[in-house]
Design a binder for this molecule. Structure first.
Ligand code: GLC
Length: 744
């Protein structure tokens, strides 16, 4: 007979565990307080001070020649852009010479990989695969922590609807629901099993907040929006990251409704620390404390320091406003010591949780650094998510996948032999990249069978004015059965401070495509970029288009596997692609307006351009497959639900093509009438299903009243009874629909 643990013993064990946890937790809080009690005001302010290392910068450097002595004097709490066991140990040893031996935190922009470079975050978002995205962040954390890094300035969770803004490459696109799920996946990936594990790094949700809504898509520009839109569209991924336990937040460069985020206590105290109960700390963005002077919000660094500290910015990255002014501000009563203590408590707590007080060198393990230097499993995982990130935009007459043997393939374009340009912005240059990064040319050589002849012509440079290479390209095309053109943006053409008014293909690449197309050969185009580009001419001339973003270390292998059909593309766009810059902003979850145009023939006296289609070139959620999926009608288990009830929607998806493929089935809703107007569609769910040719699967979605909530005009997050539409389909435009009601 099974022995049962007497209930009393069970309860006692639970209580004992609870006490131990309480005792441990209490111990960390106590330890923080005990260190705080010993600290001078200068030492406290030193913890709130972060400097860039002396070996490389990611922002405008303020030259400071007594950096190292300040570390010894306990005037530095954290360093950024210091990597490698050797260098982090070197600076940590200096910190151990300070009076209280408070360890440094080493922070780094590990945005999409460290030693193994993964697809850029916008590309990974196109995979809609949370497991793969979490795995990517987990691997980045494993490699970065092995290199002495404690803290990554990622995930960037800014919602972005404007591809003129170069930083769209760092985020998850235009949708709050998808963006929130990806924020959670990345925080969990980076932080792994939790602080204290030497393969876990602290995450940092950035840039708080609404940085992606900069006017005109111009980086660092102003943001002005209703609090309703802020809460409805831009805050959800941050809220999700905080709920997922992100260790830190980074505030943003922009002013929001007239107040710079760095000095914005509504954001940092009212919402983040009070309403959301965030227990981590906030770091400013590079120099953003001091930038409140040009913003016209602070008259000098002294005032900037006061405003930022009082607004809840716990650490000052590189502006030196805190270290030079806060002591005076406290003495003059402009900043209460309680504000300083609260900030320092938050910072010290993370250092304790990371185990740095127990062993400041616990991330400085040379053996572990060596082990993670060429981790083949990581490269395999990188190739896997790279393939899942590619989006098939066109495939006329099923020209893809191409035959592996017995044909001549011309590979033309400036990206064919590209190496580091596949790594994208916010990546690292390692000495052996020329060997380690796989180009398309190398990938094709590995996979094309013996009977296949590969021809190569560059045609032009990525940024070029000359067409002198066109002749050679045309010649190669004329000798080929099929042409593969690999074109796009150089790796530094999207990213920070890379806003562009013209997001067409750079240089003469479009002309190159036209010249090659004139041969009449079938052309397949691969576009590598960090943002949605405008490429209408290419779209007309090409038989097939693969959007290959910047795919990272194994880019060429991923592209090749897709070209030969070893992987059937499954990516779906996380951002709408505009037909032209004049159409921006264009996004799927827009309001209907009082004069919605029905279609492109209904554009007069309508909320539409008279000279341009209503629709983007490619809509949010769009992505084709080498196979084809058909969707049945939607079945609902009831026509209406009350709060507390569940509406079950089902649809049958069938693979009617000849290849196995993965489909991301998307669920949208529309609230037809609300106390404030509601978007014409809102993503509320998605499921990925892999089907063999001829196979069908019934997909179910459950909707409750809580899924229908929104911020009303009083900023209350509530649902409202009424009529709704429900959409299920392969993207935000091609959907089946059904009606239902939410009743009281
Ligand atoms: C940069 C970026 C921020 C980055 C920081 C440190 O200016 O805005 O995303 O984490 O500085 O490099």
């Amino acid at each position: 007979m099974r022995k049962h643990i007497p209930i009393l013993t069970f309860v006692f064990i639970l209580l004992l565990q609870g006490f131990i946890c309480y005792a441990q937790k209490k111990t960390i809080d106590q330890k923080v307080d005990s260190v705080l009690k010993m600290m001078t005001l200068d030492e406290k302010i030193g913890q709130m001070n972060q400097y860039n290392g002396p070996w490389g910068a990611t922002g405008p450097l303020t030259n400071d020649n007594n950096l190292l002595s300040q570390i010894k004097e306990g005037k530095v709490g954290s360093m950024l852009n210091v990597t490698g066991v050797k260098r982090t140990r070197e600076l940590q040893e200096l910190a151990m010479q300070s009076r209280l031996k408070i360890p440094l935190l080493f922070g780094q922009d590990v945005i999409h990989g460290y030693r193994t470079i993964f697809p850029i975050p916008l590309a990974e978002a196109a995979s809609w695969d949370m497991e793969a995205i979490e795995r990517s962040a987990r691997i980045a954390a494993t490699e970065a922590s092995a290199a002495g890094i404690h803290w990554t300035f990622a995930p960037m969770v800014d919602i972005a609807r404007d591809p003129r803004w170069g930083r769209v490459m760092e985020g998850a696109g235009e949708d709050p629901y998808l963006g929130s799920m990806i924020a959670v996946a990345r925080v969990k990936g980076f932080q792994g099993k939790g602080f204290g594990h030497t393969d876990a790094v602290m995450a940092c949700a950035k840039h708080f907040a609404a940085y992606g809504a900069a006017v005109g898509g111009r980086d660092y520009n102003s943001v002005d929006m209703s609090l309703r839109q802020l809460h409805e569209v831009y805050l959800p991924p941050f809220k999700a990251a905080a709920a997922a336990g992100a260790a830190s937040f980074m505030n943003s460069f922009n002013d929001l409704n007239g107040i710079p985020a760095t000095g914005n206590s509504y954001l940092q105290r009212d919402i983040l620390k009070k309403e959301w109960g965030f227990k981590g700390f906030v770091v400013s963005d590079w120099g953003s404390v001091g930038e409140m002077i040009p913003h016209g919000y602070a008259k000098d660094n002294y005032e900037a320091a006061i405003l930022a500290a009082n607004a809840g910015s716990d650490m000052d990255m590189e502006s030196r406003s805190y270290i030079k002014n806060l002591a005076q501000a406290v003495k003059e009563g402009k900043v209460k010591i309680a504000v300083i203590d609260e900030a320092v408590r938050r910072l010290l707590k993370k250092k304790f949780e990371m185990g740095l007080f127990d062993d400041p060198y616990r991330f400085c393990n040379e053996e572990r650094e060596k082990q993670q230097w060429d981790n083949q499993a990581h490269l395999h995982a990188e190739l896997d998510i790279a393939k899942r990130s590619v989006v098939l935009l066109k495939n006329e007459q099923n020209v893809l996948p191409i035959k592996r043997s017995d044909q001549t393939i011309a590979l033309i374009g400036p990206f064919v032999k590209a190496k580091s340009d596949n790594l994208g912005f916010w990546s690292y240059d390692w000495p052996d990249d020329s060997l380690r990064v796989v180009s398309l040319w190398e990938g094709m050589q590995k996979k094309a069978s013996k009977g296949t002849k590969l021809l190569y012509a560059k045609g032009c440079n990525i940024i070029d004015t000359s067409s002198s290479g066109f002749e050679e390209a045309v010649e190669a095309a004329n000798k080929a059965d099929v042409v593969i053109m690999s074109i796009g943006e150089a790796r530094d053409m999207s990213g920070e401070a890379k806003s562009r008014s013209n997001i067409h293909l750079p240089g003469v690449q479009e002309e190159l495509v036209k010249a090659v197309a004139a041969t009449g050969k079938p052309i397949i185009v691969l576009i590598s970029a960090g943002r949605p580009l405008v490429f209408n001419t290419v779209a007309e001339k090409a038989k097939a288009i693969l959007y290959t973003w910047w795919l990272g270390t194994k880019a060429g292998d991923a592209m090749t596997d897709i070209l030969f059909g070893d992987y059937n593309p499954s990516g779906k766009l996380p951002m709408s692609f505009p037909i032209t810059e004049g159409q921006i902003p264009v996004y799927y979850n827009h309001f209907n307006t009082g004069r919605p145009a029905k279609d492109d023939n209904d554009r007069f006296y309508r909320s539409a351009y008279t000279d341009l289609s209503l629709y983007p070139a490619y809509p949010f959620g769009f992505g084709l497959s080498y196979t084809h999926f058909s969707y049945s009608g939607i079945t609902l288990n009831k026509e209406s639900i009350k709060p507390g009830e569940t509406l079950k929607a089902s649809i049958t998806v069938t693979n009617i093509g000849s290849m196995e493929g993965k489909e991301t089935v998307q669920l949208y809703i529309r609230d037809l009438v609300g106390s404030v107007v509601r978007p014409v569609k809102e993503l509320k769910g998605f499921q990925q299903v892999t089907l063999k040719p001829g196979e069908s699967k019934e997909i179910y979605f459950a909707i409750t009243a809580n899924d229908l909530r929104f911020y009303n005009d009083k900023l209350l997050y509530k649902y409202e009874p009424g009529d709704f539409k429900l959409f299920i389909g392969t993207n935000s435009r091609d959907v089946k629909e059904a009606d239902f009601k939410l009743i009281k």
